[in-house]
Ligand binder design. Structure first.
Ligand code: NBP
Length: 482
């Protein structure tokens, strides 16, 4: 008998918790997993006495769903998603909805939306953020794809999502891969926030010689102010967590970071779009550099660095680190929004920038009070060219600027790398400069490749070529544009 409101395939950590969340909100859910023992364990464990139906074949699964059927995939991104879609299609009816809630590449979601629409099926590619805890108690959900499917899915998604200011952290993002694009940028921002906090931690720990407990107290205090966020909160928790021997666990964890690829995708997209997403991209590189553990150990013996903590005034340096973190975070979100604006232009999406900030305000890993200000800025001025032009962020940057420089100088003096903090400042100094050094670049390009240049005393678009060494001709390149 067809009875379930929605079906979910993929009973790993995200899938199981989303199913429990849906059931708690009054929806009946059918479940299927490749390995049947996971389904059995789930049904005899946490799913007991809930409106959750276990199925052991895709035909049984599809047969258990109310029409129009809503099938959500929470499986490993990539080929597995395509394989499930292929197996499902012969079992579904036209008008049925397939939802991919995994971390899929946005171009795959664009392709799937189109391919399924051509066959008469509706597709939603949605970002789901918040990890295990978010999935269970209220994630941030960023759906895009075929908008015709939204009204059928909306009541379920908005019921189970996190709430911020009494509003669901879930709304329609846009066509095709828009939902997964916004989720990708979210993950990129997450990389940036995590790297910034880690740099602040190293400045405290090694630069100022603070203990883990002292760092814990500082982050806990910072979490009461403008930096109030989930990631600062868990950093404070991590720093006070003790290993079985009573020492801080953080000191036992190897300094080689992993990554699953969404930060890298964000960096690649920024290069494709020509958007200077420097902080997030540096954060990805910082993880790559951290992974070279053995090589770094060798290099540290060739180039030993002075490892004495500074005797600088701790209160002043801590305030500088705080302000540098805050200003850099503003730059990171500014760059993330610049990227989304460019993508919206490129793909014809009508993105609601304030709405995106609201979706990220609760449930997800980058949730923070700070996002409330971004929402306000875009609600007040939906056409805002750049976040740095909003009065609140202008004042925040101006108040932090001197300390931002001070913190980076402190890191340089102590030989502590601050790629995210420093690249944010370099971006800011470039962005606010009426004149940058690109006149020299253009001269060099014209010198060796006759690529031409524009002049400050001629209209934009008029191009000039100089025979710099009196040996070339008047001919200039027409094809080599960088
Ligand atoms: P995983 O990403 O670990 O995926 C596990 C699921 O994929 C299981 O149901 C597994 O079935 C199935 N699967 C795999 Br792996 N290979 C398969 C194959 N060849 N054929 C059929 N099924 C296959 O689970 P997750 O961590 O819950 O994440 C689910 C999705 O959500 C992923 O796309 C992930 O990137 C995304 N996501 C994860 C998080 C997080 O915090 N973990 C947060 C946000 C988004 P099996 O049980 O038979 O092996």
């Amino acid at each position: 008998m067809s009875q379930a409101d929605i079906g979910l395939i993929g009973l790993a950590v995200m899938g199981q918790n989303l199913v429990l969340n849906m059931a708690d909100h009054g929806f009946s859910v059918s479940v299927f997993n490749r390995s049947p023992e996971k389904t059995r364990d789930f049904l005899s464990g946490e799913a007991v006495n809930k409106s959750i139906i276990g199925t052991y074949s895709l035909a049984e699964f599809v047969g258990s769903l109310k029409a129009p059927r809503k099938v959500m995939l929470m499986v490993k991104a990539g080929e597995v998603v395509d394989a499930f879609i292929e197996q499902l299609l012969p079992l579904l009816d036209k008008g049925d909805i397939i939802i991919d809630g995994g971390n899929s590449l946005y171009t795959d979601s664009t392709r799937r939306t189109q391919e399924l629409a051509e066959k008469g099926f509706l597709f939603i590619g949605t970002g789901v953020s918040g990890g295990e805890e978010g999935a269970r108690n209220g994630p941030s959900i960023m759906p895009g794809g075929n908008q015709q499917a939204w009204s059928a899915v909306k009541p379920i998604f908005q019921a189970i999502s996190a709430k911020a200011d009494q509003q669901p952290c879930c709304d329609w993002v846009g066509d095709g891969g828009a939902g997964h694009y916004v989720k990708m940028v979210h993950n990129g921002i997450e990389y940036g926030d995590m790297q910034l906090i880690s740099e602040a931690y190293q400045l405290m720990r090694e630069g100022l010689g603070m203990s883990a407990e002292e760092c814990h107290e500082t982050f806990a205090q910072w979490n009461q102010g403008v930096l109030d966020s989930y990631l600062i909160e868990i950093t404070a928790d991590i720093l006070t967590f003790k290993d079985t021997d009573g020492n801080p666990l953080i000191d036992k964890i190897l300094d080689a970071a992993g990554q699953k690829g969404t930060g890298k995708w964000t960096g690649i997209s920024s290069l494709e779009m020509g958007v200077p997403l420097t902080l997030i991209t540096e954060s990805v590189y910082a993880r790559c550099l951290s992974a070279l553990k053995d090589e770094r150990v060798t290099a540290s013996k060739i180039y030993p660095r002075a490892s004495q903590p500074s005797d600088a005034n701790r209160t002043e340096v801590l305030q500088a680190i705080h302000d540098a973190l805050y200003a850099s975070k503003i730059i990171s979100y500014t760059q993330g929004y610049m990227l989304m604006k460019e993508a919206a232009k490129e793909f014809g999406w009508d993105l609601n920038y304030g709405g995106i900030a609201l979706m990220w305000r609760g449930g997800c890993i980058i949730r923070s009070t700070f996002l409330g200000e971004i929402k306000r800025a875009y609600d007040e001025a939906p056409e805002l060219q750049n976040l740095l032009q909003d009065n609140f962020f202008e004042q925040a940057i101006k108040t932090s600027e001197a300390n931002w420089r001070k913190a980076i100088i402190f890191g340089i003096q102590q030989s502590i790398p601050t790629p995210a903090l420093s690249s944010a400042l370099a971006f800011f100094d470039g962005y606010r400069s009426e004149k940058v050094s690109a006149n020299m670049l253009q001269a060099q390009r014209d010198y060796f490749g006759a690529h031409t240049y524009e002049r400050i005393d001629a209209p934009r678009g008029e191009r000039f070529h100089t025979d710099w060494i009196q040996s070339g001709g008047k001919i200039s390149s027409t094809s080599y544009e960088v």
